[in-house]
Structure formats: structure tokens, C-alpha cells
Design a protein. Sequence first.
Length: 254
Amino acid sequence: MEQPFNPFSLEGKTILVTGASSGIGRQCAIDCSKMGAKVVAIGRNQERLDSAVAEMEGKGVSYSYDLANLDGIKDLIATIVETHGKLDGFIHAAGIEITSPVKLSKPEEYESLFKVNYMSAFEIVKNLCGIKTFNKGGSIVMISSISGVIARKGLSAYAASKGALMSAARVMALEMASREIRVNTVSPGTILTPMMQKALDAMKEEDRQKRVEGFPLGLGQTTDISNACIYLLSDASRWVTGQNLVVDGGYTIQ
């Protein structure tokens, strides 16, 4: 029986996902596997990685790795490709956030932000550029943030790291176009991850209500971001590159 037409299918693709042990990255990894992909999940917490892989029904493998260790990324990618073959897609969902006004920011804080949020992504992409590591027609998606588009107090270092992803993606997209490799970013608004739910619960009722009311369509779910990533990884977006897809329930249109 002929399979129904589905331009969003990831069948036959091998997708690398960072930050896969929690939140958006975890959802992306699981949902990519549901769309048919073989998923290579990277995260710092092996126990949570194992939990995510268990939901992939045999389509996932995991590597516990701290992306702040930039020097080891080249060997990590080499091991993954040697073991699982060339990749077709990459989602960089690993990220950390530190809230601190400029005058109180410490060099070690914004250095750690840039290492995980931006520099590790750059290092992975650099090591995926070769014809022996990434298939022609593949797709790279890096999770940015609306904080890279709009201003929020206390997030200057975080916003800079996310804005760097957007800027780099445009140049990477041009450089990789000859091999039909697409590079895009996705910028989420407030997503109800376990960490965000904990932060909301700690807020005063007035502050929490103000946060929620800022999003015309309400706060987002992790699946809202994984669905956007699936689109950008799939053949449905074959003519989309160098773009930043804002997924924020209408927050930034106001």
C-alpha cells in the first residue's frame, strides 16, 4: 500500500539534538523520532537522557556530554558519525539563562552563557560542514529566543548569545547553500517547560498574571517549538534558509 504524502516526514533521516535531557530539546528529540527519524540525543544528565530515549521506541541513542567543554566537541561528532553514519539534521536546543543587570554581570557568567548557547553550536556546525559528516540537503536548526529580538531587563548577556545565533545562521546559510544545506533559527517566547513552570510558581500573582497576559495566544508548549523544528528539518521547508522563525503566541507583534 502506498504511503500517504507527508512533506513533514523525517523517515530515513538521522537527527542530532543537543539539550535533549530536558525541556524543548527533549521534546524535539522525542517528536523527531515520532516523525520517523533516528535521533542522537546529547545532554548532561544521563538519567534524564535515558528517560527521553525510552520514549523514542528504539529510534534514539544518547551521549552524555557537557557542551561547555568545547575542546571535546570535534571528537564527539567524529564518534557519532563513525557510529551512526552521516547526519541529515541538527537541532541546537542546549542553553542556559542567567538574569543579571549589566553592572552586576561577571565575566565568568557571560562566558559560560556564550560557551553553551552559542560557541558550542558554532563548534558543532563547524565539524558538520564536511561532506563526510553531513548529507547534502540537510538542515540545521538553532534555538534562539525572542530575547534576541526584543529587550528584557537583566538579560543582556543571554540576549547577546541568542542574537549571535541568528546572525551566524544567516552567514552559515550562505556558505552551505552550495550543498543545499539549510540553516535557520527558531525564537520561542515563554514556553511551559518544568523549569519555567517552577519560575512562574515562584512569582507574585501580579507578576505571573502580567507575564501570561503578555502572550495573546497564551504561554507556549514545548510541542509548539518541536513542531516548528520538524518543519525546518523536513523537505517541506526545502526553500527556507537563513531565517529566524518567531514562535511566541503573538508577543512580539504588539
